[in-house]
Design a protein around this ligand. Structure first.
Ligand code: 13P
Length: 253
């Protein structure tokens, strides 16, 4: 685990202003400890409101458009989300890749735009069940990352990677500990080969896919797991903070 684990809540398409008390409760708990970095990625419509409500936690977006501005009805640029208070953006999530046809080239263009706007990125990768069953999961995931890395100028702390096997997202069934450990180890080696030893120590590699308070501790205890990207369990302060506390306890152990 990294010196300072990173626990990120991805609210996906959930949340109205009625959720702001949850963000406040998460922030208050985060203020009482500095060992774990905590962040939320609410939908675009709540970025500014959450940013105004919280003091300690980071606020990010779940996507951005690769262009700076222009005639792109319904899209939001990296500069706009930064202006709303976002400090990072999740890119390449499988729900964007699958539901919106985002390919590696588009994800790479978004990385360039986000870094150019001064944002940190949480870059997602992960294989389908079919790819895992065919024995090509590692090759597939490292391929996704190689494409993305071509646009990463300054790895270090600005880059976070989230390994999210698609079949583990929202299913209640997280990946096996051995599979998570093997994939995270392979990702760490790729970061080292691509950006050097210092970057490999700084870049945090999160696991995502059915992380909950009940399984967080054993997942976060794995050597190359530096935190978690949490979907469903980030929608209530109680369950999200259960995961944050698992990271603190593991750190103390
Ligand atoms: P769940 O935690 O709901 O499985 O979602 C994981 C995820 O996709 C986070 O980005």
């Amino acid at each position: 685990m990294a010196e300072r684990p990173f626990i990120v809540g991805n609210w996906k398409m959930n949340g109205t202003r009625a959720m702001l008390p949850e963000a406040r409760a998460i922030d208050r708990a985060a203020q009482r400890q500095m060992k774990v970095e905590v962040a939320l990625a609410p939908p675009f419509t709540l970025i500014h409101a959450v940013h105004r409500e919280v003091e300690q936690i980071g606020v990010g977006a779940q996507d951005c458009h690769p262009a700076k501005d222009g005639a792109y009805t319904g899209d939001i640029s990296a500069a706009m989300i930064a202006d709303a208070g976002a400090k990072f953006v999740i890119l390449g999530h499988s729900e964007r890749r699958e539901g919106h046809g985002e390919d590696d080239a588009l994800v790479a263009a978004k990385i360039e735009a986000a870094l150019g706007a001064g944002l940190r990125i949480v870059l997602c990768c992960g294989e389908s069940l079919e790819t895992r069953d065919s024995g090509r999961a590692e090759e597939f995931v490292l391929g996704q990352l190689r494409h993305a890395f071509a646009k990463v100028v300054d790895a270090g702390e600005r880059l976070t990677i989230a390994y999210e096997p698609i079949w583990a997202i929202g299913t209640g069934r997280s990946a096996g500990l051995e599979d998570i450990a093997a994939m995270h180890g392979a990702i760490r080696r790729l970061v080292k080969d691509s950006f050097g030893t210092q970057a490999a120590a700084q870049v945090r590699i999160l696991y995502g896919g059915s992380v909950k308070p009940e399984n967080a501790r054993e997942i976060l205890a794995l050597a190359d797991v530096d935190g978690a990207l949490v979907g469903g369990a980030s929608l209530s302060a109680e369950s999200f903070l259960g995961i944050v506390h698992a990271a603190i306890d593991d750190d103390a152990a």
